[in-house]
Design a protein around this ligand. Structure first.
Ligand code: ACO
Length: 335
Protein backbone atom coordinates (compact mmCIF):
# COMPACT_ATOMS: atom_id res chain seq x y z
CA UNK A 1 0.00 0.00 0.00
CA UNK A 2 0.97 3.58 -0.59
CA UNK A 3 -0.02 6.68 1.36
CA UNK A 4 -0.60 10.28 0.33
CA UNK A 5 -1.24 13.67 1.89
CA UNK A 6 -4.74 14.84 1.05
CA UNK A 7 -5.41 17.79 3.36
CA UNK A 8 -3.78 20.29 5.68
CA UNK A 9 -4.86 22.89 8.21
CA UNK A 10 -3.42 25.17 10.87
CA UNK A 11 -4.39 27.42 13.75
CA UNK A 12 -2.57 30.07 15.77
CA UNK A 13 -3.51 31.94 18.95
CA UNK A 14 -4.91 35.47 18.59
CA UNK A 15 -2.29 37.19 20.76
CA UNK A 16 0.51 38.60 18.60
CA UNK A 17 3.80 39.53 20.31
CA UNK A 18 6.21 41.66 18.29
CA UNK A 19 9.95 42.17 18.76
CA UNK A 20 9.15 45.64 20.09
CA UNK A 21 6.82 44.09 22.67
CA UNK A 22 9.66 41.84 23.84
CA UNK A 23 12.02 44.83 24.05
CA UNK A 24 9.74 46.09 26.84
CA UNK A 25 10.42 43.04 29.03
CA UNK A 26 14.05 42.07 28.20
CA UNK A 27 17.12 43.97 27.00
CA UNK A 28 16.78 43.42 23.27
CA UNK A 29 15.64 45.23 20.14
CA UNK A 30 13.88 44.57 16.84
CA UNK A 31 17.08 44.87 14.79
CA UNK A 32 19.04 42.29 16.83
CA UNK A 33 16.21 39.75 16.69
CA UNK A 34 15.40 40.32 12.99
CA UNK A 35 19.02 40.13 11.81
CA UNK A 36 20.01 37.09 13.93
CA UNK A 37 16.81 35.08 13.49
CA UNK A 38 14.50 36.51 10.80
CA UNK A 39 11.66 36.59 13.36
CA UNK A 40 9.40 39.66 13.66
CA UNK A 41 6.31 38.37 15.46
CA UNK A 42 5.12 35.28 17.27
CA UNK A 43 1.70 34.15 18.60
CA UNK A 44 1.26 33.18 22.23
CA UNK A 45 -1.51 31.26 24.02
CA UNK A 46 -3.17 33.55 26.56
CA UNK A 47 -6.19 33.68 28.83
CA UNK A 48 -8.49 30.72 28.33
CA UNK A 49 -6.74 29.58 25.11
CA UNK A 50 -5.52 26.01 25.23
CA UNK A 51 -3.39 23.86 22.99
CA UNK A 52 -5.91 21.03 22.62
CA UNK A 53 -8.50 23.41 21.13
CA UNK A 54 -5.87 24.87 18.81
CA UNK A 55 -4.83 21.40 17.66
CA UNK A 56 -8.46 20.36 17.13
CA UNK A 57 -9.08 23.52 15.03
CA UNK A 58 -6.09 22.73 12.80
CA UNK A 59 -7.26 19.11 12.50
CA UNK A 60 -10.82 20.14 11.54
CA UNK A 61 -9.45 22.36 8.74
CA UNK A 62 -7.28 19.51 7.45
CA UNK A 63 -10.25 17.10 7.49
CA UNK A 64 -12.40 19.68 5.65
CA UNK A 65 -9.79 20.10 2.91
CA UNK A 66 -9.39 16.32 2.66
CA UNK A 67 -13.18 15.84 2.67
CA UNK A 68 -12.76 13.12 5.29
CA UNK A 69 -15.47 12.69 7.93
CA UNK A 70 -14.11 12.60 11.54
CA UNK A 71 -15.80 9.20 11.90
CA UNK A 72 -13.60 7.81 9.13
CA UNK A 73 -10.35 8.70 10.94
CA UNK A 74 -8.75 5.59 12.41
CA UNK A 75 -5.56 7.04 13.91
CA UNK A 76 -4.68 10.40 15.47
CA UNK A 77 -1.03 11.18 16.17
CA UNK A 78 -0.46 14.31 18.25
CA UNK A 79 3.16 15.40 17.93
CA UNK A 80 3.77 17.65 20.91
CA UNK A 81 6.23 18.18 23.73
CA UNK A 82 3.84 20.47 25.61
CA UNK A 83 0.53 18.58 25.93
CA UNK A 84 -2.16 19.75 28.34
CA UNK A 85 -2.01 16.35 30.05
CA UNK A 86 1.24 14.64 31.07
CA UNK A 87 -0.32 11.35 29.95
CA UNK A 88 -1.00 12.73 26.47
CA UNK A 89 -3.64 14.95 24.86
CA UNK A 90 -4.38 13.06 21.64
CA UNK A 91 -7.51 11.34 23.05
CA UNK A 92 -8.85 14.79 24.00
CA UNK A 93 -8.49 15.83 20.38
CA UNK A 94 -10.37 12.70 19.31
CA UNK A 95 -13.13 13.77 21.74
CA UNK A 96 -13.12 17.38 20.48
CA UNK A 97 -13.42 16.20 16.87
CA UNK A 98 -16.31 13.90 17.81
CA UNK A 99 -14.78 10.81 16.19
CA UNK A 100 -17.37 8.26 17.30
CA UNK A 101 -15.55 5.11 16.14
CA UNK A 102 -12.91 5.41 18.92
CA UNK A 103 -9.85 5.73 16.69
CA UNK A 104 -6.48 5.07 18.28
CA UNK A 105 -5.05 8.41 19.45
CA UNK A 106 -1.71 8.94 21.15
CA UNK A 107 1.09 11.47 21.57
CA UNK A 108 4.55 11.50 20.05
CA UNK A 109 7.21 13.53 21.91
CA UNK A 110 10.16 14.61 19.79
CA UNK A 111 10.28 18.42 20.09
CA UNK A 112 10.83 20.19 16.78
CA UNK A 113 11.28 16.88 14.92
CA UNK A 114 7.94 15.61 16.19
CA UNK A 115 5.96 16.26 13.03
CA UNK A 116 8.47 14.41 10.82
CA UNK A 117 8.32 11.40 13.15
CA UNK A 118 4.52 11.59 13.11
CA UNK A 119 4.39 11.68 9.35
CA UNK A 120 6.69 8.69 8.93
CA UNK A 121 4.80 6.83 11.68
CA UNK A 122 1.53 7.50 9.83
CA UNK A 123 3.03 5.99 6.67
CA UNK A 124 4.20 2.90 8.61
CA UNK A 125 0.78 2.41 10.26
CA UNK A 126 -0.89 2.67 6.86
CA UNK A 127 1.58 0.40 5.03
CA UNK A 128 1.95 -2.23 7.73
CA UNK A 129 -1.07 -1.86 9.98
CA UNK A 130 -4.01 -1.55 7.65
CA UNK A 131 -4.93 1.98 8.84
CA UNK A 132 -6.69 4.14 6.26
CA UNK A 133 -7.09 7.76 7.37
CA UNK A 134 -4.47 9.15 9.74
CA UNK A 135 -4.48 12.62 11.24
CA UNK A 136 -0.98 13.87 12.04
CA UNK A 137 -1.03 16.99 14.19
CA UNK A 138 1.98 19.06 15.24
CA UNK A 139 1.09 21.36 18.13
CA UNK A 140 3.23 23.07 20.73
CA UNK A 141 3.04 25.86 23.28
CA UNK A 142 6.68 26.39 24.18
CA UNK A 143 5.70 29.80 25.60
CA UNK A 144 4.78 27.84 28.75
CA UNK A 145 8.37 26.65 29.16
CA UNK A 146 10.22 29.79 28.12
CA UNK A 147 12.07 31.85 30.69
CA UNK A 148 10.63 35.27 29.84
CA UNK A 149 13.61 36.95 31.52
CA UNK A 150 16.15 35.17 29.26
CA UNK A 151 16.66 37.24 26.10
CA UNK A 152 18.69 34.42 24.54
CA UNK A 153 15.63 32.15 24.26
CA UNK A 154 12.39 34.08 24.82
CA UNK A 155 12.71 35.86 21.48
CA UNK A 156 12.68 32.61 19.50
CA UNK A 157 9.48 30.74 20.25
CA UNK A 158 5.78 30.95 19.44
CA UNK A 159 2.70 28.73 19.83
CA UNK A 160 0.74 27.08 17.00
CA UNK A 161 -0.84 23.92 15.60
CA UNK A 162 -0.76 22.37 12.14
CA UNK A 163 -2.23 19.14 10.80
CA UNK A 164 -2.30 16.89 7.75
CA UNK A 165 -4.48 13.97 6.71
CA UNK A 166 -2.52 11.00 5.37
CA UNK A 167 -4.62 8.47 3.47
CA UNK A 168 -3.96 4.95 2.19
CA UNK A 169 -3.74 4.68 -1.61
CA UNK A 170 -2.47 2.39 -4.34
CA UNK A 171 1.32 2.15 -4.38
CA UNK A 172 1.34 3.88 -7.77
CA UNK A 173 -0.03 7.08 -6.16
CA UNK A 174 2.38 6.94 -3.20
CA UNK A 175 3.24 10.38 -1.84
CA UNK A 176 5.96 9.58 0.70
CA UNK A 177 9.00 8.35 -1.17
CA UNK A 178 11.85 8.22 1.29
CA UNK A 179 12.83 9.27 4.76
CA UNK A 180 15.76 9.46 7.18
CA UNK A 181 15.39 9.78 10.98
CA UNK A 182 17.97 10.05 13.80
CA UNK A 183 18.58 10.97 17.42
CA UNK A 184 21.62 11.68 19.59
CA UNK A 185 21.13 11.78 23.36
CA UNK A 186 24.70 13.09 23.80
CA UNK A 187 23.50 16.46 22.49
CA UNK A 188 20.71 16.82 25.06
CA UNK A 189 22.93 19.12 27.12
CA UNK A 190 22.69 21.74 24.36
CA UNK A 191 18.88 21.94 24.37
CA UNK A 192 16.48 20.73 27.03
CA UNK A 193 13.69 21.47 29.49
CA UNK A 194 14.54 18.83 32.09
CA UNK A 195 12.67 17.75 35.18
CA UNK A 196 13.61 19.73 38.29
CA UNK A 197 15.14 17.96 41.24
CA UNK A 198 12.77 19.18 43.92
CA UNK A 199 13.66 18.73 47.58
CA UNK A 200 12.23 15.70 49.35
CA UNK A 201 11.98 14.63 52.98
CA UNK A 202 14.47 12.17 54.36
CA UNK A 203 13.27 8.86 55.76
CA UNK A 204 14.81 5.58 56.76
CA UNK A 205 14.72 2.74 54.27
CA UNK A 206 13.93 -0.83 55.31
CA UNK A 207 17.63 -1.66 55.73
CA UNK A 208 18.24 1.45 57.85
CA UNK A 209 19.72 3.55 55.01
CA UNK A 210 18.56 7.15 54.55
CA UNK A 211 16.26 7.57 51.55
CA UNK A 212 14.46 10.56 50.04
CA UNK A 213 10.75 10.01 50.62
CA UNK A 214 8.05 11.03 49.91
CA UNK A 215 8.84 12.95 46.69
CA UNK A 216 7.67 16.56 46.81
CA UNK A 217 6.23 16.60 43.33
CA UNK A 218 7.96 17.56 40.15
CA UNK A 219 7.98 20.25 37.51
CA UNK A 220 10.00 20.99 34.41
CA UNK A 221 12.61 23.72 34.15
CA UNK A 222 12.44 26.37 31.43
CA UNK A 223 14.12 25.80 28.09
CA UNK A 224 17.91 25.75 28.37
CA UNK A 225 19.76 26.22 25.11
CA UNK A 226 23.27 26.68 23.78
CA UNK A 227 22.22 28.56 20.63
CA UNK A 228 25.56 28.34 18.87
CA UNK A 229 25.78 24.53 19.31
CA UNK A 230 22.20 24.04 18.15
CA UNK A 231 22.91 26.23 15.12
CA UNK A 232 26.02 24.22 14.20
CA UNK A 233 24.19 20.92 14.75
CA UNK A 234 21.30 21.92 12.47
CA UNK A 235 23.46 23.20 9.65
CA UNK A 236 25.59 20.02 9.78
CA UNK A 237 22.92 17.29 10.05
CA UNK A 238 19.97 18.63 8.04
CA UNK A 239 21.64 18.68 4.58
CA UNK A 240 23.06 15.17 5.25
CA UNK A 241 19.64 13.91 6.26
CA UNK A 242 17.89 15.38 3.22
CA UNK A 243 20.55 13.85 0.96
CA UNK A 244 19.94 10.47 2.63
CA UNK A 245 16.16 10.77 2.23
CA UNK A 246 16.61 11.70 -1.44
CA UNK A 247 18.82 8.66 -1.93
CA UNK A 248 16.21 6.43 -0.26
CA UNK A 249 13.60 7.98 -2.55
CA UNK A 250 15.79 7.45 -5.61
CA UNK A 251 15.44 11.12 -6.56
CA UNK A 252 18.11 13.71 -7.44
CA UNK A 253 18.19 17.15 -5.74
CA UNK A 254 16.94 18.72 -8.98
CA UNK A 255 13.50 17.13 -8.38
CA UNK A 256 12.90 19.24 -5.25
CA UNK A 257 10.17 21.81 -5.92
CA UNK A 258 10.13 23.05 -2.33
CA UNK A 259 12.50 22.92 0.62
CA UNK A 260 10.43 22.98 3.81
CA UNK A 261 12.49 23.00 7.01
CA UNK A 262 11.53 23.33 10.64
CA UNK A 263 11.22 27.08 11.09
CA UNK A 264 13.83 27.80 13.78
CA UNK A 265 16.02 30.52 12.36
CA UNK A 266 16.19 32.08 8.87
CA UNK A 267 19.98 31.80 8.88
CA UNK A 268 19.72 28.03 9.43
CA UNK A 269 17.19 27.75 6.57
CA UNK A 270 19.41 29.83 4.26
CA UNK A 271 22.56 27.86 5.15
CA UNK A 272 20.88 24.50 4.48
CA UNK A 273 19.41 25.76 1.19
CA UNK A 274 22.86 26.98 0.11
CA UNK A 275 24.47 23.62 0.94
CA UNK A 276 21.81 21.78 -1.03
CA UNK A 277 21.95 24.37 -3.86
CA UNK A 278 18.21 25.02 -3.62
CA UNK A 279 17.45 28.57 -4.86
CA UNK A 280 15.71 30.86 -2.34
CA UNK A 281 12.54 31.05 -4.48
CA UNK A 282 12.07 27.32 -3.82
CA UNK A 283 12.35 27.66 -0.04
CA UNK A 284 9.25 27.94 2.15
CA UNK A 285 9.58 30.28 5.11
CA UNK A 286 7.03 31.90 7.40
CA UNK A 287 8.93 32.16 10.66
CA UNK A 288 8.98 35.96 10.39
CA UNK A 289 5.32 35.87 11.49
CA UNK A 290 5.32 32.99 13.97
CA UNK A 291 8.85 32.33 15.31
CA UNK A 292 9.85 28.77 16.19
CA UNK A 293 6.62 26.85 16.85
CA UNK A 294 8.37 23.50 17.40
CA UNK A 295 6.35 20.50 16.14
CA UNK A 296 3.79 22.85 14.55
CA UNK A 297 6.21 24.74 12.32
CA UNK A 298 6.33 22.37 9.32
CA UNK A 299 2.55 21.75 8.97
CA UNK A 300 1.86 25.45 9.65
CA UNK A 301 4.23 26.54 6.87
CA UNK A 302 2.93 23.79 4.57
CA UNK A 303 -0.68 24.86 5.14
CA UNK A 304 0.08 28.50 4.32
CA UNK A 305 2.02 27.49 1.21
CA UNK A 306 -0.78 25.20 -0.02
CA UNK A 307 -3.59 27.70 0.66
CA UNK A 308 -1.66 30.53 -1.02
CA UNK A 309 -1.22 28.36 -4.13
CA UNK A 310 2.58 28.13 -3.85
CA UNK A 311 2.58 24.37 -3.32
CA UNK A 312 0.45 22.67 -5.95
CA UNK A 313 -0.70 19.13 -6.63
CA UNK A 314 2.23 16.98 -7.77
CA UNK A 315 4.96 19.20 -6.29
CA UNK A 316 7.82 17.39 -4.55
CA UNK A 317 8.72 18.69 -1.08
CA UNK A 318 11.92 17.94 0.84
CA UNK A 319 10.92 18.44 4.49
CA UNK A 320 13.18 18.26 7.54
CA UNK A 321 12.80 18.71 11.28
CA UNK A 322 15.52 19.07 13.93
CA UNK A 323 15.65 19.97 17.57
CA UNK A 324 15.74 18.83 21.16
CA UNK A 325 16.63 15.26 22.01
CA UNK A 326 18.65 15.84 19.94
CA UNK A 327 16.47 14.52 17.12
CA UNK A 328 16.36 15.16 13.40
CA UNK A 329 14.81 13.71 10.30
CA UNK A 330 13.72 14.28 6.71
CA UNK A 331 11.10 13.02 4.31
CA UNK A 332 10.56 13.45 0.59
CA UNK A 333 6.87 13.97 -0.14
CA UNK A 334 4.59 14.63 -3.04
CA UNK A 335 1.70 17.03 -2.33
N1 ACO B 1 18.97 40.75 22.12
C1 ACO B 1 20.16 41.40 22.18
N2 ACO B 1 21.30 40.78 22.47
C2 ACO B 1 21.26 39.45 22.70
C3 ACO B 1 20.08 38.73 22.66
C4 ACO B 1 18.88 39.43 22.35
N3 ACO B 1 17.68 38.82 22.27
N4 ACO B 1 20.33 37.43 22.91
C5 ACO B 1 21.65 37.35 23.12
N5 ACO B 1 22.22 38.57 23.01
C6 ACO B 1 23.61 38.94 23.15
C7 ACO B 1 24.39 37.96 24.01
O1 ACO B 1 24.27 38.29 25.38
C8 ACO B 1 25.78 38.16 23.48
O2 ACO B 1 26.31 39.34 24.05
P1 ACO B 1 27.89 39.44 24.43
O3 ACO B 1 28.61 39.30 23.13
O4 ACO B 1 27.98 40.78 25.04
O5 ACO B 1 28.14 38.31 25.36
C9 ACO B 1 25.60 38.44 22.00
O6 ACO B 1 24.23 38.89 21.86
C10 ACO B 1 25.80 37.22 21.13
O7 ACO B 1 25.05 36.14 21.69
P2 ACO B 1 25.04 34.73 21.05
O8 ACO B 1 24.20 33.80 21.88
O9 ACO B 1 26.46 34.32 20.80
O10 ACO B 1 24.30 35.03 19.67
P3 ACO B 1 24.21 34.15 18.36
O11 ACO B 1 24.81 34.87 17.23
O12 ACO B 1 24.63 32.73 18.60
O13 ACO B 1 22.64 34.14 18.12
C11 ACO B 1 20.73 32.73 18.40
C12 ACO B 1 21.79 33.58 19.09
C13 ACO B 1 19.86 33.62 17.56
C14 ACO B 1 19.91 32.06 19.50
C15 ACO B 1 21.43 31.67 17.50
O14 ACO B 1 22.48 31.05 18.21
C16 ACO B 1 20.46 30.64 17.02
O15 ACO B 1 19.47 30.93 16.39
N6 ACO B 1 20.75 29.36 17.27
C17 ACO B 1 19.84 28.29 16.90
C18 ACO B 1 18.85 28.14 17.99
C19 ACO B 1 17.65 27.37 17.58
O16 ACO B 1 17.28 27.30 16.43
N7 ACO B 1 17.02 26.79 18.59
C20 ACO B 1 15.83 26.08 18.43
C21 ACO B 1 16.07 24.66 18.07
S1 ACO B 1 14.63 23.82 17.81
C22 ACO B 1 14.07 23.13 19.23
O17 ACO B 1 14.07 21.94 19.34
C23 ACO B 1 13.52 23.94 20.37
Amino acid sequence: RGCKLIGCGSAVPALKVSNDDLAKIVDTNDEWISVRTGIHNRRVLAGKDNLTDLAAEAARKALDMAEVDPNDVDLILLCSSTPEDLFGSAPQIQKALGCKNNPLAFDITAACSGFMLGLVSAACYIRGGGFKNVLVIGADALSRYVDWTDRGTCILFGDAAGAVVVQACDIGEDGLFGFDLHSDGEGQRHLNASIKENETDHALGTNGSVIDFPPKGSSYSCIQMNGKEVFRFAVRVVPQSIEAALENAGLPRSKIDWLLLHQANQRIIDAVATRLEVPSEHVISNLANYGNTSAASIPLALDEAVRSGKVQAGHVIAAAGFGAGLTWGSAILRW
